[in-house]
Design a protein around this ligand. Sequence first.
Ligand code: GLA
Length: 391
Amino acid sequence: MQALIQNVEQKFRELFNEEPMLVRSPGRINLIGEHTDYNEGFVLPASIDRAIYFALSPRNDGQCRFFANDLNDEYQCRVDELTKSGKGWPNYLCGVVDQINKRGYTIPGFNCVFGGNIPIASGLSSSAAIEAGLAYALNNMFHFHLNELSLVKIAQKAENEFVGVQCGIMDQLINIYGRERKVLKLDCRTLEHEYYPFERDDLQLVLCDTRVHRELAASEYNLRRLQCEAGVEALRKYDVNIRSLRDVNIDFLKAHQKELSPVIYKRCKYVIEENERVLAACQDLQREDYGTFGQRMFASHAGLRDEYEVSCAELDVLVEKATKIDGVLGARMMGAGFGGCTINLVQQAALDNFYREMNRAYKDSMQRDLLFYPTQIEAGTSKINVQLIEA
Ligand code: GLA
């Protein structure tokens, strides 16, 4: 981590010859509760030990100067003339500036260098880390006094409006609200949240990166949202109180199966059952029953694969293999789907065998090596104390 911050800081000094403000903005995992956030349901994410680091300083000429250290690429624009860039990456940053402008705050201009170790397009929310990290940094640097929830919403809207993905609130919220060694149970309707300890020394969370990223992920994601909305609209005819799939229970859905197309029915069934799984999984955590918790992860994957249909062959191979390895309590695909990582809950004592067996299985069926990220749960976005780095 030290080296990553120093790289960013050094580049910043080289480009701007100034003392920067430093911010760490982490990636996230989600233990269970996938594709439930935009259905006003429940999720159980945590912020992790992979992050994007920002170095920033103010300007007073209305310019935003960005440098993406990992891409060795720069972008410059005016605070009040934001347009979508064909490069892609500047949109996550400009989207945030745009949202702050829209709330009536004046950004006088700034320099920004960023980089880190959240793998891109692997389902660890590097995009939310960029958005929420910049929102947090600008808020701090210019003393806007925006509260945490406003920062979350600015970051989410940046993605919705500037990037064009209709994501829910989970990724940006956990980025700001994450805590060390804790998972967050979030009610995505009321935004009420509760922290649960997740810190057993005998267990390890491991992400397995398929290194697959399908371009259809964003369009399929938006399509799933529309399908859920179609389900709500059809079901509301039978109960006007239904505002989202959160308000539907499984018996009600089954009673109205004939009124829905088979695809919409499957989508709704998955979401309703996944919400129930999250609530039950939180009770498992309270009892420290990680065995049952893991079983729910497997069940979540089956739903994502068969009913929500956002998995892919690579993810399925990994989860299937994980079910057969001793000491793996649970595994499932994580994030939006169509590639990215699986999340695995593995007993420490079984780790060596897990790495060996999983890699072999992936190589046999996909002819490529598997990447592993053993993951710790760390705090959400924060300022970095410069003295600490230089000590
Ligand atoms: C992406 C989105 C989130 C959430 C997940 C799926 O990460 O950004 O809002 O919908 O997919 O659970």
